[in-house]
Design a protein around this ligand. Structure first.
Ligand code: COA
Length: 175
C-alpha cells in the first residue's frame, strides 16, 4: 500500500472527519472537541490529515497553548485518530513526525500530550512533572502526561498549561 500524503486539513475535510472520529473512538465522542478546535482563530491549531487516494485515513491536531508565568509557547498534541482498517501501518507515526517538524519552525518550544507512554515514548515524549495539566489527573495517569522539546534552545519550562476554551472541560482530562 502506498504511503498516505500528509497535508494541512481544510474545511472540505470536515465530512470525512465526522466519520473518522466515531470509527477510531467508538466509546468516546471527540467530535465536539474537534469541531470547536477547528473553529478556533487562524493559527490557533495545527490540523494535519493523512490522505490515501481519495480517502482520509488519519488526522492529528496540535493546539497552541501558553504556560502560566512563562513567555514560552507550547503545543498540546491531540486528538490523533487513524481509520481502524489502517491502524498500525505507520500513519500515526507519519502524522506526529510531520506535526513536530512544522512546529519546529514556529515559536513552539515544547509539545505536550496525554496519552499512552508506550506509544508516545517512541517519539521522544517523556513524563513531565514541571508543566502542569489544566486539571488534576488521576494518580495512575501521571506517566501519561508527557512532553518533548521541539526546536533549538528549548529551555526547561514549568507552570500550568494554559489551554483555549475547547480544552477547558474537565471531562476531557478524566478516564
Ligand atoms: C493509537 C493510534 C493513534 C496509533 O496510530 P497508528 O497509525 O495505528 O500507529 P503506528 O502504525 O504509527 O504505530 C507505530 C507503532 O506503535 C505501536 N502502537 C500502535 N498503537 C499503539 C498503542 N495504542 N499503544 C502502544 N503501541 C501502539 C504499533 O504496534 C507500532 O509498533 P511497531 O512499529 O513495532 O509495529 C491509532 O491506532 C488510533 O487512532 N487508535 C484509536 C484512537 C486512539 O486511541 N488514539 C489515541 C491518541 S488520542
Amino acid at each position: 500500500m502506498t504511503e498516505p500524503e500528509i497535508r494541512p486539513g481544510d474545511a472540505n475535510d470536515l465530512v470525512a472527519l465526522e466519520a473518522l472520529y466515531p470509527a477510531a473512538f467508538p466509546d468516546e465522542d471527540l467530535l465536539p472537541l474537534v469541531r470547536a478546535l477547528l473553529a478556533e482563530a487562524e493559527g490557533a491549531v495545527l490540523s494535519l490529515v493523512a490522505v490515501s487516494g481519495s480517502a482520509l485515513v488519519g488526522h492529528i491536531l496540535f493546539t497552541r497553548c501558553g504556560v502560566e508565568g512563562q513567555g514560552a509557547e507550547a503545543a498540546l498534541l491531540g486528538p490523533l485518530a487513524i481509520a481502524p482498517d489502517r491502524q498500525r501501518s505507520g500513519i500515526g507515526t507519519l502524522l506526529i513526525a510531520a506535526g513536530l517538524e512544522r512546529l519546529e519552525s514556529c515559536r513552539t518550544s515544547r509539545v505536550l500530550v496525554l496519552g499512552d507512554p508506550d506509544y508516545y515514548g517512541r517519539f521522544g515524549f517523556a513524563p513531565d512533572a514541571a508543566i502542569l495539566p489544566p486539571y488534576r489527573l488521576p494518580q495512575d495517569w501521571h506517566d501519561a502526561w508527557q512532553s518533548r522539546a521541539v526546536g533549538v534552545g528549548a529551555s526547561a519550562i514549568s507552570g500550568r498549561l494554559q489551554v483555549p476554551a475547547p480544552w477547558r472541560d474537565q471531562a476531557l482530562w478524566l478516564p
